[in-house]
Design a protein around this ligand. Structure first.
Ligand code: AMP
Ligand code: ZN
Length: 463
């Protein structure tokens, strides 16, 4: 079945044509590991996960590379300010290495909690300094870079076209719109490939230009080429990467090999919080940990993300999470009901299910239209006849959804005896018979369960 993807490069939804039918090569820009990843960052990871799962659903093998930025990403996302890693290390009284290790581990934990498939290759910038250095040297030799007293810059005037991904016209941009730190820069849009380290700088390496460190964009060009070649299929990232990071990656690649590195550039939109930006000052920076601490399965957040197309802004609310939590429970329960179902499907049923399967497939292949795909998941889940064959279809859908539809919900694992005792205790509480309620609580506890009284009623936990 044909696959269509929205390509930022052509600004169109295009028929996807892989370079090779053998394997799809994807490069995904990874995190700068200087702070906790937010649920916003995770939205981007979720859309990237759906992309690879959708391609796998279509029978493709995937080679996905993701970088870990542990050097060179300056505070401004441009060429100004301190390195984010060093700033974070200074503030937390740790070494940049410790900071990187700590946040990388937390990031991987989030990916695992969200059942996000790990990329085949995960590569750290600091492990690829030589590859980056060679890349910059070649740009220098080819005349695409120049040295100033502070850095090696990419010379955008040497390109036939810049920018390529974004629509803005540099000529029309007000002169001086960017505050220049380095007066020797030939154009305000030239960007740092390599930065000369001030004395006492924590992360620096020997280079033909003295002790120095890489700029942010060069790592993705160097590692992308090393692991995927000069041209690969898909490059992904959040929408904020378009105007600077991805534009500059393309510039570097065109300078070095005359090619745009990827054929399809796919960008995910932002997650908003209560209709606005997530920001520290508003106190609304949420992490996956916060969702877990409220007692939700983290996969509720993944399912929540499917309520909106990845190219649209998604508004996060706790009400939305609560509602999605119930939906996930219902989906999992219907899976179990079908799994235990014994009804026989007739030809008409089979035809109907085949159509739903086909519709699901079409929806995911149409630029990963998850809201539409979900509507077919629900139709199958609610299928009148309860049968293992229906459960099988749901499990197949879950290879794309990745929400562990076959996980049994807590309430199903709790023995009837406990449920009865809890109900009896609830009755006692309603009648304000606290003594009886406590006796029942102890009895429940002796049987290995704990009852927690929440706003939504009694919660039963296995101890
Ligand atoms: P940051 O840690 O803020 O530099 O973000 C790392 C990457 O995560 C960004 O480049 C974005 O692509 C993505 N990202 C950050 N915030 C959000 C958000 N609110 N919604 C979706 N993606 C985001
Ligand atoms: Zn990148």
């Amino acid at each position: 079945m044909e696959i269509y993807l929205s390509n930022t490069l052509s600004k169109q939804k295009e028929l996807f044509k892989p370079i090779s039918e053998e394997e799809i090569k994807i490069y995904s820009c990874g995190p700068t590991v200087y702070k906790d990843a937010t649920i916003g960052n995770m939205r981007t990871n979720i859309f990237q996960d759906v992309l690879r799962r959708m391609l796998e659903y279509n029978g493709y093998k995937i080679k996905q590379v993701m970088n870990i930025t542990d050097v060179g990403h300056l505070v401004s996302d441009g060429d100004e300010g301190e390195d984010k890693m060093i700033k974070s290390a200074r503030e937390q009284h740790k070494s940049p290495l410790e900071i990187a290790k700590h946040y990388t581990e937390l990031y991987f934990q989030d990916l695992e909690d969200l059942n996000i498939q790990m990329p085949e290759i995960i590569c750290k910038a600091t492990d690829h300094i030589q590859d980056m250095l060679e890349y910059v040297k070649e740009l220098m030799e080819k005349g695409y870079a120049y040295e100033t007293s502070t850095a090696i810059y990419f010379d955008i005037s040497k390109l036939d076209k810049y920018p390529i991904l974004s629509n803005h016209n540099l000529e029309e941009q007000k002169a001086g719109a960017r505050v220049e730190i380095d007066k020797e820069k030939r154009s305000p849009y030239d960007f740092a490939l390599w930065i000369k380290a001030p004395q006492n700088h924590l992360m620096k390496w020997d280079s033909p230009w003295g002790p120095s460190y890489p700029g942010w964009h060069i790592e993705c060009s160097a590692m992308g080429q090393k692991y995927l070649g000069e041209q690969f299929d898909i490059h992904t990232g959040g929408i904020d990467l378009i105007p600077t990071h991805h534009e500059n990656e393309i510039a570097q690649s065109k300078g070095k090999c005359g090619k745009i590195p990827a054929n399809y550039w796919i960008h995910g939109e932002y997650l908003l919080i209560n209709g606005g930006k997530m920001s520290k000052s508003l106190g609304n920076v949420y992490l996956l940990k916060d969702i877990k601490e409220k007692g939700y399965d983290p996969l509720v957040y993944k399912l929540f993300c499917y309520s909106c197309h990845y190219k649209n802004k998604l508004n996060f609310t706790w009400e939305g999470i609560e509602a999605t939590s119930k939906s996930l429970e219902r989906l999992r329960n219907s899976y179990q009901t079908h799994l235990n179902g014994e009804e026989i499907l007739d030809e008409g049923d089979k035809q109907q299910l085949l159509e739903l399967e086909n519709n699901f497939h079409k929806a995911i292949n149409d630029d990963m239209n998850m809201p539409l795909a979900l509507s077919f998941v629900w139709e199958v889940a609610k299928f009148a006849k309860k049968s293992k064959d229906v459960a099988k279809i749901l499990a197949k859908f879950d290879t794309v959804l990745g929400i562990k539809i076959d996980k049994e919900e807590k309430s199903q694992e709790i023995p009837q005896e406990i449920l009865n005792l809890v109900e009896e205790r609830q009755k006692a509480r309603n009648e304000k018979d606290w003594e009886k309620s406590d006796i029942l609580r102890d009895k429940i506890q002796k049987l290995g369960y704990e009852v927690k009284d929440t706003k939504e009623g009694a919660e039963i936990i296995k101890i």
